[in-house]
Design a protein around this ligand. Structure first.
Ligand code: KG4
Ligand code: ZN
Length: 334
């Protein structure tokens, strides 16, 4: 039996979860709205708001799970990758909390946690499977051989898919984070109205920087002709952009599935909340005879439940860290 408290603070969400013997019994997420005023996450502000949010989030998670802190068996935290100042808040709190309660500490890789979110609910994938991890900082095709045995077989050479969504939103004067808004408007638009060319990138890698520039020029040229171009065509622009990003992602995962002869495909990370990606993968699953794993919305974007789940498997392996552990802004998945 194990009751683990897990803290996630890698970016701009402060989250605390409890995992009771492999079952998530609390998952508190405190979003930071302050960044909306700036068009992106301001690292300094994120750290400060984590400091304000972390204790209330801990108290609420313990209350939601109906657990007393003295009943905990371990404290887990996101070690990286992420914003260093944000990570420091979670890591320092976890260390002090564990020290005060004389509990073992578990360090979790944020990207591994996104993938292991698939083990929270049924149906669970069976090893080996592919996971397309698509977030604000990552776009990778990961061959998942075991809980902590993962191999990156393809990744972005420049921007992440989430950045492609967020930067397009910025060009369209939409607030941060733009991904969910593009998704919302895309559902009302025609995805075939504007055609954006898919970049030709070898093997299983991706590139989104040229795509972003193409959108920038496309909007600039059209606004020159018609100053109301964005307002008059917002739904169709969002639908067409989303259609192209989703096509880039799904074509590469199709290639990977054939190359490795793997038919279990999972998606993880913030962009896996995208309705276009979710629908396209469901359709591709029927055509290609895949089993597709799509997390619940609350486990797509950053959350501590996924960290708690990863920590559960580390607890079973007796994989603990010492008090001298440090956060890592860059932390490879393998
Ligand atoms: O995993 P995540 O919450 O944070 C990181 O670890 O980066 O991912 C955040 C990214 C942002 O770029 C956000 O715009 C994108 O996920 N995102 C979406 C959607 N929801 C979140 N992108 C497209 N469609 C969505 N529905
Ligand atoms: Zn994330």
């Amino acid at each position: 039996m194990s009751i683990i408290l897990a803290i996630e603070s890698s970016c701009d969400d402060t989250s605390v979860a409890i995992c009771n013997d492999g079952k998530i019994t609390a998952n508190v997420v405190a979003n930071q709205l302050v960044h909306q005023n700036y068009g992106g996450v301001i690292p300094e502000l994120a750290s400060r708001v984590h400091q304000q949010n972390i204790v209330p989030a801990i108290v609420k998670a313990l209350a939601d799970a109906k657990v007393n802190k003295n009943e905990l068996n371990a404290v887990a935290f996101t070690q990286g990758p992420g914003l260093l100042g944000s990570l420091l808040v979670g890591v320092s709190f976890a260390k002090s909390f564990a020290l005060g309660l004389n509990l073992p500490l578990i360090a979790v890789n944020h990207m591994q946690a996104h993938i292991l979110a698939h083990f929270i609910d049924e149906p669970k994938p069976v090893f080996p499977f592919f996971c397309l991890t698509v977030s604000g900082g990552h776009t990778q095709i990961v061959l998942v051989k075991n809980y902590f045995d993962m191999e990156v077989v393809g990744e972005t050479l420049d921007d992440a898919a989430g950045e492609a969504f967020d930067k397009t939103a910025k060009i369209l004067n939409l607030p941060y984070p733009g991904g969910p808004l593009i998704d919302k408007y895309a559902q009302l638009g025609n995805p075939l109205r504007f055609n954006f060319v898919e970049p030709k990138i070898p093997e299983l890698n991706f590139s989104f920087s040229g795509f972003k520039t193409a959108i920038l020029y496309f909007i600039r040229d059209n606004v020159k002709i018609n100053p109301n171009f964005i307002d008059e065509n917002l739904n169709d622009i969002c639908a067409s952009v989303q259609h192209c990003i989703v096509r880039i992602l799904s074509n590469k995962i199709k290639l990977a599935a054939v190359k490795y002869n793997i038919n279990q495909i999972a998606i993880a990370g913030g962009v896996s909340a995208n309705s276009g990606l979710r629908n396209t993968l469901q359709e591709e699953a029927k055509i290609n005879n895949w089993q597709v794993f799509i997390p619940k919305f609350e486990y797509c974007t950053d959350n501590a439940a996924m960290v708690a789940m990863a920590a559960h498997f580390k607890f079973l392996d007796n994989d603990f860290v010492n008090q001298d552990v440090m956060p890592m802004a860059r932390m490879p998945i393998v």
